[in-house]
Design a protein around this ligand. Structure first.
Ligand SMILES: [Zn+2]
Length: 506
């Protein structure tokens, strides 16, 4: 089938850490006139669901590839989290600890370009030809021109894209304007964590970005490219503010748990814990994921009474309300994740499960529970959904108006990845700990990671060319952005893409 293109170029701007509701409040109050211009006759949703957990990595990489974490030797984009231990192939001999990735070390951040593996493709790689421009986008694999790898001032992110249209020869020897340009604004995330979403510095930076975008739109108009260009605006996740920030270190000390040392493989646990804790524990060695039995009877470094039941112990962390871990017989193509919720009044713990089968966009997941509805779906979903195997888009249709949208699909995608952790716990944003690998990193109450709407719902906007038919979408998902932009260019997405073009939404 030959596809026809509606536009000749696309530009995607990814902002880090802006909630849908905040962006649309600013649009509606006239503070973002240029983004407002794109919404006027464009494709718009104020209810776009990002990946779960709502953390930059994986959310950002998922936007760029249109795919999710998964069993990456076969499918999926291989980056489950900010931090991961590679436990893909347990070695039969040798004692070297497993490979350890930590993207919060800025020197490691660009390694994502090789970490995502060959099974997925960035938007740049999905186009068969044309010039590709990355403006401070740190997942740039496939781009022909990559902006200086150090993130400089915000204005230049937009200016560099403008130059692609005024002077393409400075980037591309064929002197043709970029087919696909992607700009990434991470500065909004830095200010959000430091000062919060209501701080004037955060809001003013978004307003400044709108002005820089205005200059870029002006350039497109002056050079005659505006009518043939689609401009996409999206963010990787929203955010929240916790009432309390607690120190997690006394919990580990009390239980005799020593942090993992990636250099020599010593220690009992590895975790990063904002309000969701991603715990790694050793199995037979640190190369092996532990079995449930091993977790329940875990040897810690403490002398004397050195056996603890980790599953029981982690419930003692202040504010923990949810817990997820793999069932032992966990296969890439089918298996089960055990999910639990603590009743905050009685302290009683209730069990549910997510069963999954299939890969990529074919993945189907079933949710069921014994007594308590773990995610509180029952009060909102009127049709019978328990024990029904649903695709990601079926979950999206069912859950897009409530908390924990599509998480039934997302949790197995996370755990299928051999680089994922062993136990996830969540306080649902109350409290936060800011704990990373043996250290507490600051006292900021502002964060993002949870499945509540404030953290997981983002804006989705595509405007510019009059060839784009205006559409108001009740919902969509972030992985739909890349296939939609490609669709506008007349390009079919790579088979690994789980999202779909919103032009095909009913
Ligand atoms: Zn982010």
């Amino acid at each position: 089938m030959v596809k026809t293109s509606r536009v000749n170029q696309v530009i995607l701007i990814i902002f880090d850490d802006i909630r849908a509701s905040h962006m649309f409040e600013l649009i509606n109050s006239g503070k973002l006139p240029n983004i407002a211009e794109l919404t006027k006759n464009g494709i718009v949703s104020n209810n776009c669901v990002t990946s779960y957990p709502s953390i930059t990595f994986p959310c950002y990489g998922n936007i760029m590839t249109g795919s999710y974490s998964g069993y990456f030797p076969k499918e999926g984009n291989a980056v489950p989290q900010y931090h991961w231990l590679d436990r893909t192939d347990p070695p039969k001999v040798g004692k070297k600890p497993p490979f350890y990735r930590n993207y919060s070390d800025r020197s490691q951040v660009l390694k994502i370009n090789t970490d995502i593996g060959k099974n997925v493709k960035t938007i740049f790689e999905q186009a068969p030809e044309g010039n590709m421009l990355s403006s401070f986008c740190f997942l740039y694999r496939g781009a022909h021109f990559v902006m200086p790898k150090v993130v400089s001032d915000v204005e230049s992110i937009f200016k560099n894209i403008s130059k692609g249209f005024t002077n393409p020869n400075i980037y591309f020897s064929n002197n043709e304007v970029p087919l696909i340009s992607v700009g990434y604004v991470m500065h909004t995330d830095d200010i959000m964590h430091e000062k919060g979403f209501a701080h004037p510095d955060y809001i003013n930076l978004i307003i400044k970005c709108d002005q820089y975008l205005g200059s870029l739109l002006e350039t497109l108009k002056k050079t005659g490219y505006y009518d043939s260009t689609a401009i996409g605006i999206i963010t990787d996740h929203g955010n929240f503010k916790a009432d309390t920030v607690l120190n997690l270190e006394p919990f580990f000390e009390k239980n005799g748990l020593i942090p993992y040392n990636p250099k020599d493989g010593s220690g009992d646990f590895d975790v990063n814990f904002g309000s969701m804790g991603f715990f790694n524990f050793h199995g037979e060695t640190w190369h092996h994921h532990p079995t449930q039995k091993e977790l329940e009877n875990y040897t810690v470094s403490r002398k004397g009474n050195n056996k603890i039941n980790l599953i029981k112990t982690l419930w003692e962390i202040p504010g923990v309300k949810l817990m997820y871990y793999r069932e032992d017989e966990f296969k890439p193509d089918n298996g089960q994740v055990n999910i639990f919720r603590k009743d905050e009044k009685t302290g009683k713990i209730f069990k549910g499960k997510i069963e999954y089968s299939g890969f990529g966009k074919e993945q189907k997941t079933k949710y069921s529970y014994d007594e308590m509805d773990i995610f509180g779906y029952d009060s909102y979903i009127k049709e019978s959904y328990q024990n029904k195997a649903c695709t990601i888009d079926e979950w999206l249709t069912l859950t897009n108006q409530i908390d924990f949208p599509i998480v039934i699909d997302q949790i197995p995608r996370y755990f299928k990845n051999p680089r994922s952790c062993d136990i996830i716990v969540s306080t649902l944003g109350e409290p936060v700990f800011n704990y990373e690998h043996g250290k507490t990193g600051g006292k900021s109450p502002f964060s993002h990671d949870i499945g509540l709407r404030k953290s997981i719902i983002v804006p989705f906007i595509i405007g510019g060319s009059p060839e784009i038919s205006p559409m108001k979408l009740d919902y969509c998902k972030t992985t739909d952005m890349v296939p939609t932009l490609l669709d506008l260019l007349g390009i079919s997405p790579h088979s690994s893409v789980v999202g779909k073009s919103v032009l095909n939404y009913k």
